[in-house]
Design a protein around this ligand. Structure first.
Ligand code: SAH
Length: 211
């Protein structure tokens, strides 16, 4: 159920859906997604679907993780990356080898702690996790070469755009539930941004405050 063949099938599916970056496909194949979910769901860990992780949240769908990672990697090597919505840490683990350092914020304490455990288990050391509200970004560590947001705000938070480095990229789902679009921003200069839609998506909402 968690075998090499099951993982290969997932990768073939992502390839068929248009994921082209072999580095990303290899990484999806090698990250053990089954350790991030409850044992009862482990047999479904290599299906291309979001799965519950408690606290009304979900582990991101592999296709979406691959699509977002691919979109951020187009610009070359990433020194500093900000992630908003660590969840159980799966997306963080996929992204880790492509970043110098990842700064990741999660508003639910129980998930923040779980992500910490998973990333330690996988011996991923280039990640700094924080329990907090990511609406305001992580000012003391800005600017970032890339920012990835794993939950959907109604409109893109200004603070996140302002914490992008020159030529930095921000990938964020924007809009009300069931009518969200995945948007890729690229900072062209101090005040200028290019904006491109990567298509319709379905994410949990970005919420304020911490629990
Ligand atoms: N990519 C993650 C799953 C993300 S689900 C994974 O692979 O597991 C989205 C996460 O964003 C949830 O854990 C939710 O609690 C978190 N979240 C929502 N609003 C947030 C905010 N304002 N700041 C930080 N995290 C937030």
């Amino acid at each position: 159920m968690t075998s090499a063949r099951t993982r290969d099938r997932l990768v073939e599916r992502l390839r068929a859906q248009g994921i082209r970056d072999e580095r990303v496909l290899d990484r999806i194949r090698s990250v053990p997604r089954h350790i991030f979910v409850d044992e009862a769901l482990a047999s479904r860990a290599y299906e291309d679907t979001a799965l519950p992780i408690g606290f009304s949240q979900t582990i991101s769908q592999p296709y979406i993780v691959a699509r977002m990672t691919e979109a951020l990697l187009v610009g070359g090597p990433l020194k500093k990356v900000l992630e908003v919505g660590t969840g159980c840490g799966y997306q963080t683990a996929v992204l880790a080898p492509f970043a110098g350092k990842i700064y990741s914020i999660e508003r639910v304490a129980g998930l923040h702690l779980r992500a910490k455990r998973h990333l330690k288990e996988l011996q991923i050391g280039n990640v700094l996790l924080k329990h907090g509200d990511g609406f305001g970004g992580w000012k003391s560590q800005a600017p970032f070469d890339a920012i990835i947001v794993a939950a959907a705000p109604l409109s893109v938070p200004e603070a996140l755009l302002s914490q992008l480095a020159k030529h930095g990229r921000l990938v964020v789902p924007v809009g009300p539930e069931r009518r969200q679009e995945l948007i890729l921003y690229r900072r062209s200069d101090k005040d200028g941004f290019e904006r491109r839609s990567l298509g319709p998506v379905s994410f949990v909402p970005l919420l304020g405050g911490t629990i």
